[in-house]
Design a protein around this ligand. Structure first.
Ligand SMILES: O=C(O)CNC(=O)[C@H](CS)NC(=O)CCC(=O)C(=O)O
Length: 281
């Protein structure tokens, strides 16, 4: 079964971002009569907007909403679409960073609000990232049954939290999506190794769709290198730089074999915490 990732250079102008995504979807090579999953990066429709812009665009209702635009793309191009993230109002003056999965008719199959917010100092020209000034964190994990397998949802900075990935595996995940906008500096240092480690630990396919390049007249720089990693930790497709797409086929037999040959989930002593809590005599 085929999956695709789009690598975007999104701006704070949703019409421009939508046009780019539609153009890519129109060109995407695809096998006829097979369901197709497409994953978009974090902030695919609105990248770097301030609080006011995020709030103004955060409605999920109405034909002009970002939600409706994503649903329409899924339906028009007949793809299962993981819409990156869009702002959705939380009611407290901030927004959730919500990742929504649509089926190929444009109906919502599942959603996830980013759990870990990027309040981090980075040695780049932005310096202090304070995502929680604008966004509030979600409260639950999400694993969605799909024709491609059970799909676990994460976003960007979540990649650093192995416990989340482990929880998704325990909930049955077989593939895990990571829509992202990693910074150029932290991406160069950590992106590939974290993705491959999460694939090896969870024995899942990892589908990481990234933002790339300089955004909004050079304000922010992101790393790129969208990639598909198999459950053995091998990179099966990647796009280091530039915008475009990455494709690969999922191999369910490989997934089953990796899990059977090396049953780390059953071997994990931390799955039985009482063993470890026993005081030493
Ligand atoms: O705020 C926006 O407009 C778009 N959102 C992002 O770019 C988010 C939050 S600032 N970026 C990350 O989570 C980067 C994580 C990262 O780079 C790492 O973990 O190293």
């Amino acid at each position: 079964m085929q999956v695709s990732l789009l690598q975007c250079q999104s701006s704070r102008k949703p019409p421009e971002n939508l046009a780019f995504i539609a153009q890519q979807l129109a060109q995407l090579p695809r096998a006829a009569d097979e369901p197709q999953l497409v994953v978009l990066p974090e902030c695919s429709l609105l990248f770097g907007g301030h609080e006011g812009e995020q709030l103004a665009l955060s409605s999920t209702e109405g034909a002009d909403s970002l939600f409706a635009h994503l649903a329409a793309l899924a339906k028009k191009y007949h793809v299962y679409l993981a819409g990156g993230t869009i702002p959705v109002t939380s009611g407290d003056g901030r927004v959730y960073s919500r990742s929504i999965l649509f089926d190929d008719q444009g109906s919502e199959l599942g959603s996830y609000d980013k759990l870990h917010l990027f309040d981090v100092d980075v040695s780049d020209n932005t310096g202090a990232y304070r995502e929680s000034d604008t966004f509030c964190a979600g409260e639950r994990i999400s694993v969605v049954p799909t024709p491609f397998g059970h799909l676990g949802m994460t976003v960007c900075y979540d990649l650093r939290f192995a416990d989340l990935f482990r929880a998704l595996r325990l909930q049955g995940a077989e593939l895990i999506i990571v829509p992202a906008a990693f910074t150029k500096v932290t991406g160069a240092a950590h992106w590939e190794v974290l993705l491959r480690a999460r694939a090896i630990e969870t024995q899942c396919y990892i589908l990481a769709a990234a933002q790339w390049g300089a955004h909004n007249e050079g304000g922010r720089q992101t790393w790129g290198q969208s990639m598909i990693v198999d459950p053995w930790g091998k990179i099966v497709a990647q796009l280091p730089e530039g915008t475009g797409w990455v494709q690969a086929k999922l191999d369910k037999q490989l997934l089953a074999k990796v899990r059977q040959d090396m049953p780390v989930c059953q071997h994990n002593r931390f799955a039985a915490p009482q063993l470890l809590a026993t005081p030493r005599k």
